[in-house]
Design a protein around this ligand. Sequence first.
Ligand SMILES: O=P(O)(O)OC[C@H]1O[C@H](OP(=O)(O)OP(=O)(O)O)[C@H](O)[C@@H]1O
Length: 174
Amino acid sequence: MTGSLPSAEELYAHLKHALSEKLRDTDPASTYLVGIYSGGAWLARRLCTDLNLPYQPGTLNTSLHRDDFSRIGLHSQVLPSQVPFEIEGSHIFLIDDILFTGRTIRAALNELYDYGRPASVRLGVLIDRGGRELPIAPDVCGGVLPLPRGRNYVLATDDALRFTLTMEEEVRHV
Ligand SMILES: O=P(O)(O)OC[C@H]1O[C@H](OP(=O)(O)OP(=O)(O)O)[C@H](O)[C@@H]1O
């Protein structure tokens, strides 16, 4: 990634528009957003509010379903998943902030199926940074911003759920 980053709010506006178009294709009575903890959970909350969706989004915590969880370690505060609606037969939109290798989404699918078998599962992400290690692609996306392995985006959220995007400082070895 070279040059300046787009603003997170621009990316969000694009994702929101693309998602609202997709939501027209499914039955609103059986379609739900499910955010992946933690960044995707905030994003799903804001999308539900801005799109006037009449429910609280579900939240999945994939930490224990990751196939590489011993490498990434557990976050100090691990919140349980919360799915306050029927998954069986529903149309689910998984929401996450950043899509990288795809391992989090694979883990989220495992976790989701513990609750029941959805009629369909689609994926919405704010940023696709490339680097996939699994055959997973977003159905809707705020922006494709390729980033080399070893670099990271930092997405911050304020109290009003507005997002800011920066790049993690590059660690230089001397
Ligand atoms: O495609 P992957 O390689 O799995 O990477 C993408 C995941 O990594 C980040 O989550 P992180 O584990 O840093 O947790 P966070 O959402 O709490 O920041 C990001 O929010 C995605 O969930």
